[in-house]
Write a protein that binds this ligand. Structure first.
Ligand code: SAM
Length: 209
């Protein structure tokens, strides 16, 4: 939990309490339904919570905005972002029901009010969102296909509405179709070795008028 304080200084009492409770909640639920690897559960704050919050280093979601988390699994990056941005609405989607069950239990356990969940494939979602976030779900081309039409046209942020994807490694090949993508290197924000090759990729949507 100290590692969250290290990089996010102005947390409210509620946010501190919610972040602090995450580890015990995930430890309990992970015994029943495995959503986080055994190794990672001891490093939940480094490998999952802070990593999810990497998106917050490049984007401050405004009050009233809405965000879709595609393939949220156990709730990453959606749950840490929902704690950090309580006035933004988050929709967490996963095609595997037992993962959404854990997400629902964690959300209820923390008293988070700005998260809704759906157990379905993202291709079935019909709403639009200011941003779509994700980690470890699909290659960019597949992901862009799945989420086509889901970005709202009205812009409310400095960064263009679009996709904010947590990725790692060399992305030259994967992003060669997306020349307008911006890559933010997480080591510019976080010192820990875990982040050495990790990035946030922003892909702003272009709309034909
Ligand atoms: C490797 S896990 C990543 C989970 C989480 N984002 C994380 O980083 O911890 C990928 C997740 O994406 C989900 N998924 C894959 N394709 C999907 C789709 N088309 N729609 C919704 N969920 C999908 C899977 O069920 C799985 O839970």
């Amino acid at each position: 939990m100290e590692i969250i304080h290290k990089y996010f200084k102005n947390l409210s009492e509620t946010q501190i309490e919610q972040f602090s409770k995450l580890q015990d909640l995930y430890k309990d639920w992970n015994l029943k339904i495995n959503v986080v690897s055994r190794k990672d559960i001891d490093e939940l704050y480094l490998r999952h919570v802070l990593h999810s919050l990497g998106i917050a280093k490049v984007m401050s979601f405004k009050p009233g905005s809405n965000v879709l988390d595609v393939g949220t699994g156990g709730g990453f990056p959606g749950i840490p972002l929902a704690i950090l941005f309580p006035e933004t609405q988050f929709h967490l989607v996963d095609s595997i029901g037992k993962k959404i069950k854990v997400v629902n239990e964690v959300v209820a356990g923390l008293g988070i009010e700005n998260v809704k969940t759906s157990n379905c494939r993202v291709e079935e979602i019909k709403d639009t969102y200011d941003f779509i976030v994700s980690r470890a779900v699909a290659q960019m081309e597949t992901f862009v296909g799945w989420t086509k039409g889901r970005i709202a046209k009205k812009q409310n942020h400095d960064l263009k509405n679009g996709i904010l994807y947590l990725k790692g490694g060399d992305l030259t090949e994967e992003l060669k179709l997306y020349t307008s993508a911006t890559i933010y290197n997480l080591p510019d924000y976080f010192d820990e070795n875990f982040y050495e090759t990790k990035k946030v990729v922003h892909l702003g949507m272009k709309f034909k008028n």
